[in-house]
Design a binder for this molecule. Sequence first.
Ligand SMILES: Cc1cc2nc3c(=O)[nH]c(=O)nc-3n(C[C@H](O)[C@H](O)[C@H](O)COP(=O)(O)OP(=O)(O)OC[C@H]3O[C@@H](n4cnc5c(N)ncnc54)[C@H](O)[C@@H]3O)c2cc1C
Length: 329
Amino acid sequence: MHVPGFILDTVSSEHSYPLDQNVLYDILILGGGPAAMSAAIYAARKMLNIAFVTVDFGGQIRETSEVENYLGFQSINAHDLIERFQQHVKSFRLPIGVGARVEAVFRNDGLFTAVMEDGLRYTAKTVIYATGARHRQLAVPGEKELIGRGVTYCSICDAPLYKDRKVMVVGGGNSAFTAALDLSRGNATIILVNNARGWQADAILQRQIRDYKKIEFLDLHEVVRIEGGDRVEGVTVRGRVTGEEKTVAVDGVFIEIGLLPNSDPVKNLVELNERGEVVVDCLCRTNIPGFFAAGDVTTIPHKQIIVAAGEGAKAALSAHDYLVQTSRL
Ligand SMILES: Cc1cc2nc3c(=O)[nH]c(=O)nc-3n(C[C@H](O)[C@H](O)[C@H](O)COP(=O)(O)OP(=O)(O)OC[C@H]3O[C@@H](n4cnc5c(N)ncnc54)[C@H](O)[C@@H]3O)c2cc1C
């Protein structure tokens, strides 16, 4: 669930370990979500010289209010979880740059340089690229206003909240059908809406959900508006063939139309797949030696906090191994 206007007090003034453009770092960690923060902790414990550069601390966790699936916490406020992660990272007294957006990363003579939007440049022997992803939005009235109050982008996180409720799932691919399956386990009444003709999800997923009695399929319909005051009360959809509009009363809307990886800064450097995700192997290595990637920006499936944190840890250990094996420490 999301709390609009949720603002996290990120790195505060007591943190005084600035980044230095004249230092050659062992690892440049780009991003500030769970993948990057976990990488920082593992790299710091290997006594590597780290620079940590991010737009913010917390990443997508900032968009939610409660987390109920992170090991060790039956339920934790998202703000508190970020605070714990952040304090853990800061306890290592690393040079951290927050509010800094990486525009591009390039490689020269085996070293990597990250160019910030303000023109500053940081150079390192290795990079852990963990800039995450953002959910593709419908961009219709009511969507932004009702995020966390009925509008959600994460069925793994929020489906249990809609037990016995009526919901709309928007999308026609695997994510939408997976969301519908998650919701069906809570006996929700589901309306699946797709603006294209038919459904693009894998056949096996389609078969599983078609057996569910409380689902209505509505293809060739687009969402026009999400209705509601304090919470979602309905969704107005328009038939693409008839042009007719109707408002359907629902308690929630799951928007499952894809994730956009934040891979633009490295699109000319590393291999990306057709979705724009950085292609990694099981050790978080990319096709460029010394350039590692972790979390939602990569090809690793199951975009979750605990997965991203695990991948970040792996990336840091792989970067350490690379530095040792290539005698760069
Ligand atoms: C609404 C919502 C609810 C969710 N709920 C849950 C949940 O309950 N449980 C769960 O396990 N998962 C949940 N998720 C998924 C989870 O948040 C993500 O899988 C996880 O945060 C991914 O971590 P990450 O570190 O890979 O990337 P992100 O969290 O996306 O972090 C990326 C970081 O990189 C920074 N960044 C991006 N571009 C740049 C750039 N150019 N330069 C510098 N920095 C940059 C960003 O500012 C951010 O700090 C939810 C996601 C959403 C959107």
